[in-house]
Ligand binder design. Structure first.
Ligand SMILES: *[C@@H]1O[C@H](CO)[C@@H](O)[C@H](O)[C@H]1NC(C)=O
Length: 220
């Protein structure tokens, strides 16, 4: 009697509570194209823009409900060897190197805003290592070049998407554009989505900031 009561109570609790934090459908690795990110405003970047994609963040999310700032877990400052790796793959363009290494503002912000949403699977260190491991699965710069998409040229949405899909097992990435110059959409970021276990690609929800038809997209 007691036992089945307890079961019932647990059952009701499980289904009446809001979804548990860290419950996510997919995670999106967002890679920034520095030439576009640093183009305007001129003072935005304190570091020299590298000629390669760099990590903006790894964003666990749901298709229905946006996840942000999921727990109050604080960011612990990194030190030691990992700092060089992070600086190489996840450069904090808006801060000079010294400030970046000391205060780690981008990494801190990304962890608080997004990393806390996958804590049930990845604590801080594994989260950052995973982001770098996923980034290093691709050489998007070479992939794009192989398809004739080189800095300074313009291409259709389909051409860019098709090129990227050759390395995502034909799964849709999310292209993100900005217009630094009115009427000239340019590729600013590429999102590639993964299952929570990061063992397969996942079709990215589309942010629709790049024109799908008509105007070509500049790869700055
Ligand atoms: C660009 O980054 C990718 C992935 O991290 C790497 O494999 C590639 O060697 C880099 N290319 C250059 C020119 O630095």
């Amino acid at each position: 009697m007691f036992k089945s009561h307890l079961t019932a109570v647990i059952f009701i609790l499980l289904f009446s509570l809001p979804p548990i934090y860290g419950d996510f459908d997919y995670m999106q690795l967002v890679l920034t194209w520095p030439a576009s990110f640093c183009y305007r405003p001129r003072y935005l970047c304190k570091r020299t823009a590298p000629n390669n994609f760099t990590i903006h963040g790894l964003w666990p999310d749901n298709e229905q409900r946006r996840l942000q700032f999921c727990t109050s877990t604080e960011y612990s400052l990194f030190d030691g060897d990992i700092l060089d790796d992070l600086d190489r793959h996840w450069i904090q363009l808006k801060f000079d190197k010294e400030t970046g290494m000391q205060d780690q503002p981008l990494w801190h912000e990304q962890f608080r805003k997004h990393g806390t949403c996958c804590e049930n699977r990845y604590k801080q260190m594994p989260y950052f290592l995973l982001a770098m491991r996923l980034k290093n699965k691709f050489d998007l710069l070479t992939t794009l070049r192989t398809h004739g998409i080189i800095p300074g040229t313009k291409h259709t949405f389909d051409e860019i998407q098709k090129a990227i899909k050759t390395v995502t097992n034909q799964v849709d990435p999310d292209l993100k554009c900005v217009q630094h110059i009115q009427g000239v959409p340019e590729l600013n970021e590429i999102g590639i989505c993964f299952t929570p276990a990061a063992d397969r690609f996942f079709p990215c929800p589309q942010s629709k900031s790049c024109p799908k038809t008509g105007t070509k997209i500049l790869f700055r």
